[in-house]
Design a protein around this ligand. Structure first.
Ligand SMILES: Nc1ncnc2c1ncn2[C@@H]1O[C@H](COP(=O)(O)OP(=O)(O)O)[C@@H](O)[C@H]1O
Ligand code: SF4
Ligand SMILES: [Mg+2]
Length: 350
């Protein structure tokens, strides 16, 4: 099958304009006593202001590690960034001094952590902890910081903020504690917010409220949002674009409508068929066969090949496209869409 000429087609995310954050061929490994874990293997994406990019993938696919690399908070050792660039407003953070980086991370890019609910300090009031952002970064007095903390608690819709500012974390529900974490993350008006599984620990109703809040805050501030999740429903509801990760790589990228409407990578296709479709009456849950790969021993060729029902091995493969030996590069497979599969055109049916 011949591949269409896409040399003048738009790349994913182009519709959103100038990127504020660009990740370029980022590699992260963990050098452990039992060997090297290849957690992030050359991921690239860009994010513009006002854009919501979902990073979707099973547990252990490198989503959090890539976010920690962007924030400069990897545990090093054992983590080592072995290649690539992380650009904020055109400047490569990896080439900056620690002092310069501190000016970007926090004020420019901030993050809500996966274990946010346990990362509040139990011995300080929530108001004190939110106010710390203003005291530490803006040199505000205790009094002004508290006033700003109350305003922020209002913005993240914590009821009766003024009377709750001196309460301690254990006096708040999980959903309200998550709002406190969001307040801290947006305190300095970042241009990029990375939210790592921000609703996983919450029940469904509260999840929806927290996602609504994040979207509203994004609309008000124009910040770009990187939403890390394994939940296709959340992606469908709130994201503009999606990057699907597998084994520390991005295997598909495009608009949510395009990617979910007609996946170009068999892994995305597998994820889509593993959730029950609301419309498909009697639709059966079909989990993808096999296990996610161990990142200390990633399969050769296409990392997905041991689990792929479309794989072509040996003589059945096209030249240079043997699934167990030839690594499929992430490439433009349709306008605005990239995928890392030798046979994406067939998957797409183009
Ligand atoms: N401190 C560490 N030491 C060794 N390996 C690690 C460490 N932290 C993470 N990893 C490896 O990195 C991989 C990716 O982890 P992570 O980014 O947290 O996945 P997820 O996609 O679930 O967020 C994991 O499979 C794990 O093997
Ligand atoms: S390259 Fe081969 S093994 Fe990998 S996803 Fe495509 S068809 Fe499947
Ligand atoms: Mg994670």
């Amino acid at each position: 099958m011949t591949r269409p000429d896409l040399s003048t087609s738009p790349v994913p995310g182009a519709a959103f304009g100038t990127p504020v954050l660009e990740v370029d061929d980022l590699h992260v490994e963990f050098r452990t006593r039992s060997g090297v874990v290849n957690a992030v293997n050359g991921i690239s994406y860009s994010l513009a202001e006002g854009e919501t990019l979902a990073v979707l993938g099973e547990s252990g696919s490198g989503k959090s590690v890539s976010a920690q690399a962007i924030m400069g908070i990897l545990d090093s050792p054992p983590a080592v960034i072995t290649g690539g660039g992380i650009y904020f407003q055109g400047e490569d953070l990896l080439k900056q001094s620690p002092e310069e980086q501190r000016k970007v991370r926090g004020p420019g890019i901030s993050m809500i952590f996966q274990d946010a609910l346990s990362s509040l300090n139990p011995v300080y009031s929530v108001g004190y902890q939110i106010g710390e952002m203003f005291r530490a970064h803006r040199g505000m007095s205790k009094r002004d910081a508290k006033k700003h903390a109350i305003e922020l608690m209002d913005r993240v819709r914590i009821p009766a903020a003024a009377s709750r500012v001196d309460d301690y974390p254990h006096q708040f529900s999980g959903g309200m504690r998550q709002r406190v974490m969001i307040a801290m993350a947006i305190a300095l008006d970042p241009r990029v917010l990375i939210a790592d599984e921000p609703t996983t620990a919450l029940d469904v109703t509260v999840q929806a409220q927290v996602m609504d809040l994040l979207k509203d805050l994004q609309r008000d501030t124009g910040m770009g949002l990187v939403l890390i999740t394994h939940d296709l429903g959340v992606v469908n509801e709130v994201a503009d674009n999606v990057a699907v990760m597998y084994a520390g790589r991005i295997v598909e990228r495009g608009t949510v409508d395009d990617v979910f409407g007609n996946p170009a990578h068999p892994y995305t296709d597998g994820l889509m068929s593993s959730v029950p479709q609301v419309e498909a009456k009697g639709g059966r849950l079909q989990p993808i066969v096999g296990q996610p790969p161990n990142l200390a021993a990633i399969p050769s060729g296409c990392p997905f090949h041991p689990r792929c029902s479309r794989r072509r091995l040996g003589a059945a493969a096209a030249p240079g496209r043997e699934c167990a030996t030839d690594v499929p590069p992430l490439r433009l497979v349709a306008p605005g869409r990239e995928a890392a599969c030798h046979y994406s055109e067939e998957v797409l049916g183009v």
